[in-house]
Write a protein that binds this ligand. Structure first.
Ligand code: SAM
Length: 289
């Protein structure tokens, strides 16, 4: 390996030799737990036709592990200019390797759009905490076969939450409509250097049937309004629902869709499961066609 990725001392010295330190604002916590890195890569089941996309590679701890496999392509998305340079030095001799510089929230969509629609990516990331859910939302518009991610434990709980639990939110429903989500293992803060204040979890996502943009927009609108005030009933949260993407839907049709799904206006958003929300959104999309 180009660096001893298990050793906080060596990482600190290495950063020091470039006159840099791990930056909190970019969520720079390196995964120093070798077993966890191996687990992440194993979960990807890499094979020679795979094109790997890694979000936030840092100093390349997981990249190195992934590159022990033959791959059709490796693309890294890294915001820190110092790390971009280091990654190129470490890995550029590998064919089909590239680093996309900048904020992944800006660079992801253009990268996906300019590439061959036939490519199906595998995605890897020990995600920076503050933008993890924004990154997961990018994946709804990405062709991929599996994403293996490390996220804050609380985010994993929100993504996987069931109706009526305190973590159940519009993000839970949205994610469950778009992906099958699996929780693999929790990681203590000590698996990282520097140690974050929170525990993490390794999760994987596989896409369900992709939802058309119009359907996604309806689902978004429905969920944002439903969960706007958690303690209030749907009659309150949905009183101004028929605007924006749903402007053209007559009230009677919406009411009929709810009746079909056995949903009453006296229910709260948290009582409805993600499959029912998806069915409602699909019925609305059909009515609007
Ligand atoms: N993958 C490395 C590891 O496991 O040791 C580092 C993971 S660290 C939690 C998060 C990484 O994401 C850092 O390298 C950080 O610079 C990068 N990062 C933070 N915000 C980013 C953004 N908006 N776009 C791209 N990379 C970002």
């Amino acid at each position: 390996a180009p660096l001893n990725y298990d050793s906080p001392q060596e990482i600190a010295q290495f950063l020091d030799s470039f006159g840099i330190a791990a930056r909190k604002r970019w969520g720079q916590n390196f995964l120093i737990n070798r077993g966890a890195r191996e687990k992440l890569i194993d979960l990807l089941c890499l094979s020679p036709n795979d094109h790997l996309l890694e979000i936030g590679p840092g100093l390349g701890a997981m990249t190195y592990q992934a590159m022990t496999h033959q791959l059709a392509g490796v693309t890294l998305f890294e915001i820190d200019p110092a790390y971009q340079k280091i990654l190129r030095e470490f890995f550029s001799r590998h064919p089909h390797f590239q680093v996309i510089d900048g904020d992944v929230l800006q660079t992801w969509q253009p990268f996906i759009a300019q590439n061959n629609k036939e490519i199906s990516y595998k995605i890897l990331g020990n995600l920076p905490y503050n933008i993890s859910s924004a990154i997961i939302q990018l994946l709804a518009h990405t062709p991929f076969s599996i994403a293996v991610l490390t996220v804050q434990k609380e985010l994993a709980q929100r993504l996987m939450a069931s109706p009526k639990s305190k973590n159940y939110s519009s993000l839970s429903v949205w994610s469950q409509c778009n992906f099958s989500i699996q929780h693999h293992v929790n990681l203590k803060a000590g698996s990282f250097y520097p140690q974050p204040n929170v525990d993490s979890a390794i999760i994987s996502l596989t896409p369900r049937q992709p939802l058309q943009p119009q359907l996604l927009a309806i689902l978004d609108h429905l969920l944002k309004s439903a969960f706007a005030h958690r303690r209030k009933i749907l009659r309150h949260n949905w009183q101004n629902l028929l605007q924006g993407v749903m402007l053209a839907l007559p009230q009677e049709e919406f009411d009929a869709i709810l009746r079909d799904q056995n949903i009453s206006y006296h229910m709260r958003a948290e009582e409805i499961d993600s499959e029912t929300y998806l069915s409602i959104a699909k019925a609305i999309a059909i009515s609007l066609e």
